[in-house]
Design a binder for this molecule. Structure first.
Ligand code: TYC
Length: 101
């Protein structure tokens, strides 16, 4: 009789579990023009001009502002895309992601 005990390598997980959500955060800097930040928010996050202006001003005054919440893949893709828009123009504009809760 074998005495080797093995444990399962995988854990059963309920398929209905909600995926963890990630915040995309806009960071303020001293160099990126306000209008450019507004343009990027409109293009990448499909915001209206008013909404984009409010988010840009919140980051400008408070140092950072949550832009939106997505699944991890979408949050990371959008943060990278938006940061790249700034980099292409030589601006230090920065978007980061962070898990919710
Ligand atoms: N602080 C920048 C300026 O005064 C504008 C700005 C706002 C840049 C928000 C980044 O996330 C930002 N030109």
């Amino acid at each position: 009789m074998s005495e080797i005990v093995t444990s399962p390598r995988t854990k059963a997980k309920a398929k209905t579990e909600k995926p963890r959500l990630y915040k995309v955060i806009l960071l303020n800097d001293d160099y990126t023009p306000r209008e450019f930040v507004v343009k990027v928010l409109m293009a990448v996050f499909h915001m209206s001009e008013d909404e984009a202006y409010r988010v840009m001003m919140a980051a400008h005054q408070l140092g950072a502002c949550v832009v939106a919440v997505f699944t991890r893949d979408v949050a990371e893709t959008k943060a990278t895309e938006a940061t790249e828009e700034g980099r292409r123009k030589g601006y230090p504009l920065m978007f980061t992601t962070e898990p919710e809760q």
